[in-house]
Design a protein around this ligand. Structure first.
Ligand code: AHR
Length: 508
């Protein structure tokens, strides 16, 4: 049986794992917003002011920290003033990126803020740089966050909202190298500075401005942004134009032209997927290394505001709607991403899975009034104790848990750990499709009490949940755990994810 062992130092505090690493993303794309979050007030699906209540309830159980909206590519053709005022009078537009469908603008600023309030999540608004104006973005910030009296405040009040909202996270464009305007890095960096200048902090609402960043390993893009980050002329109170720099990194089993099915895949496809997922570690390290040169104190955050799997759409669905199923393979992509995120917590301020409902690697799939929790949902739920916890260093030792995949080697066991409120939380994944894994965790510098462990697996990697079989993949108590003199010994089934929670005390 493949084996792996690791030392976890209970008494050495790593950086805090921001809860925002468990962030979400909702774009006007396919059935994410319309049919997913929003059904409208007249729908037979139970709703509050048009927002689906089953979706809200399921997401509240994840403690989702933030929600990015309205795109994605859609953000750069969205004009926010079309989405306020009486719904029947809102102008319509064509969603040219996603399915060429008509957008009626019924879900706009007020509806999004109401959704965030129901979810208990912070809003993350992605502003339009590609086809918008500086004035338009500046006024959106004013409309949402300014108190007192001003033209945008009067407009907001006329639309029924007296008090300003708090909106911290603000995206300055999206994928400006592609769908957000096909710009060069230099031009995009200049625009980011210009837009950031006019996105003001109104009253106590301090913005966290996120400049549209690189795709995958385009480190030159990050370098171009970072070179331009300091605000010259602000020497008295040194500050940066933007507080975060984004990067997008999706997981595929092969090239874009041959992404393959979400559910009909081979063991080799699985291993190639796991290799692709592991790449995110290298990519985050690459961007962080560049950022360290310009920002050694690590005040500027790296924001991975799009990540997740991207497969062929489900047969018979609109290719522009990006609707895909979600299996144990997706769950393992999520669990290994979180291990990497925890390791990068000092620089990584936020991460947003694409996307929350009915699009790409979703938490939830809806079909009329039916709602299904995906395997990925369960990973988010099992891991939620890591939010705002202190990361603990995990030092892997040599073992035999590895596989050759083409020219590369894949380590098939992945571990991360944190402590919060006197409790240790350890997450362990076995990526091996065929073999169980024996994992020994040597806990140093402290002791633990009675552990409680949960397991997510299924008879097949391809297993997934549907309205007829909603719990084909669901967590259950894990029996394969023993407390040893040194720490913990686990025997994980093939393709499985385990979390162990235990009270913890440091040794004097
Ligand atoms: O998440 C789907 C799309 O992927 C987003 O709109 C875009 O930013 C990215 O290319």
């Amino acid at each position: 049986m493949p084996t792996a062992s690791a030392i976890i130092n209970l008494d050495i505090e790593g950086p805090t794992i921001s809860r925002h690493l468990y962030g979400h993303f909702a774009e006007h794309l396919g059935r994410c917003v319309y049919g997913g979050f929003w059904v409208g007030e007249d729908s037979p699906v139970p709703n509050e002011g048009g927002i689906r209540l089953d979706v809200v309830e399921a997401l509240r159980a994840l403690d989702i920290p933030n929600l990015r909206w309205p795109g994605g590519c859609f953000a750069d053709e969205y004009h926010w003033k079309d989405g306020i005022g009486p719904r029947g009078q809102r102008p319509r537009m064509v969603n040219t990126h996603w399915g060429d469908v008509e957008e009626n603008n019924h879900f706009g600023t007020h509806e999004f803020m109401a959704l965030c309030e129901l979810l208990g999540a912070e809003p993350y608004i992605s502003g339009n740089v590609g086809s918008g104006t500086v004035r338009e973005m500046s006024e959106w910030v004013e409309y949402l966050t300014r108190d007192g009296d001003s033209p945008m405040v009067r407009l907001r009040k006329a639309n029924g909202r007296e008090e300003p909202w708090r909106v911290r996270f603000w995206g300055i464009g999206n994928e400006t190298w592609g769908c957000g305007g096909n710009m060069r890095a230099e031009y995009s960096a200049d625009l980011a500075r210009q837009y950031a200048t006019y996105c003001r902090d109104h009253g106590g609402n301090e913005l966290y401005r996120i400049a549209s960043g690189a795709s995958d390993d385009d480190y030159r893009w990050t370098e171009t942004l970072m070179r331009q980050i300091s605000c010259f002329g602000c020497e008295a109170t040194p500050k940066t134009f933007f507080q975060g720099v984004s990067v997008h990194c999706y997981t595929l089993a092969g090239p874009w032209e041959a992404k393959g099915s979400a559910t009909d895949f081979t063991t080799d496809d699985h291993y190639r997927t796991m290799l692709s997922a592991r790449r995110v570690d290298r990519i985050l390290t690459g961007h962080s290394t560049v950022m360290d040169v310009y920002d050694p104190r690590r005040t500027v955050g790296l924001v991975l505001d799009e990540w997740g799997t991207w497969w062929d759409v489900e047969p018979g669905t609109d290719p522009g709607f990006l609707f895909q199923q979600n299996t144990m393979r997706d769950a393992l992509v999520a669990s290994t991403h979180f291990d990497v995120f925890h390791r990068h917590a000092a620089r990584l301020h936020m991460a947003n899975i694409a996307q929350t409902v009915n699009v790409l690697q979703a938490m939830l799939l809806t079909d009329g009034d039916a709602l299904v929790l995906t395997p990925t949902y369960h990973v988010f739920e099992m891991n939620k104790g890591h939010q705002d916890a202190t990361s603990l260093p995990v030092h892997p030792r040599t073992g035999s848990a590895r596989r050759r995949v083409g020219d590369a080697e894949l380590e098939t066991v992945s571990v991360s750990a944190s402590v919060k409120d006197g409790h240790l939380l350890v997450s362990v994944s076995n990526l091996d499709a065929e073999e169980p894994a024996e994992v020994a965790l040597d806990l140093r510098g402290g002791t633990i009490g009675e552990p409680y462990a949960r397991l997510l697996t299924a008879d097949r990697l391809q297993a997934h949940n549907t309205p007829r079989a909603p719990a084909a993949v669901a967590p259950r108590p894990f029996e394969g755990l023993a407390v040893t003199g040194r720490g913990l010994a686990l025997t994980l089934p093939p393709h499985s994810f385990v979390t162990v929670r235990a009270p913890m005390a440091l040794t004097d």
